[in-house]
Design a protein around this ligand. Sequence first.
Ligand code: ZN
Ligand code: FE
Length: 252
Amino acid sequence: MLEIHQFPCLSDNYGYLLHDPASGETVCIDTPDGPEYLRQAELKGWRITQIWNTHWHPDHAGGNEAIKAATGCTITAPANEGFPIYGVDRAVGGGERFMLGTYEVEVIDVGGHTKGHVAYHLPQAGIAFTGDALFALGCGRMFEGTAEQFWASLARLKTLPPATLIYCAHEYTQSNARFALHADPGNPLLAAYAEEIAARRTAGEPTVPALMERELATNPFLRADDPAMRERWGGDDAVATFAALRAAKDTF
Ligand code: ZN
Ligand code: FE
């Protein structure tokens, strides 16, 4: 069984160490803070062997150099970014597969937040690391991509099995919930989810990982193809509805 060690990093990132006891591999999912990752691995007694970056932003790849220098790990990162990522050994794009021990890893193109953003899906483990493409009740800002590209990315994520646990890169859920309630006020599942999120945050607990099944029913950005959302937000197709939602969130 894979183990995931989740810990807060920087102001609102999550750090993840993915450990496979059978093969001895330990993977850093993104590297917001090199020294903190090294400290957490030591606490767990795990030797870091790999880094998988989701995109080039410094709160996702800024620790690559320190971790590689300290451990000699190999770095897997998206092939199609427009800005460099330190120390890449294996550049991957959407549709590629590789192995972690006996676990298959599917690379999903989730460009839109950045041009070449990728997600890592491990179907046998029922988990996906989505970086800043998909958050609990939200999605990343559209810094480099187009609405067409970002919607296509979300449409790919929508095909993940509903039981998939979504490990996103930030604890943004409570503020995302405020926009989601504004975007989709009549959704009873969303109202219940938002209450649960508020209770968790009050208790100091993480809201991540998120269950895909729940996101499919409540995340407004994943529901841009839903007739109710189209009616409220306009647009002749899901791309246009997504664009309207994304623009509204930017100034909410
Ligand atoms: Zn980012
Ligand atoms: Fe980020």
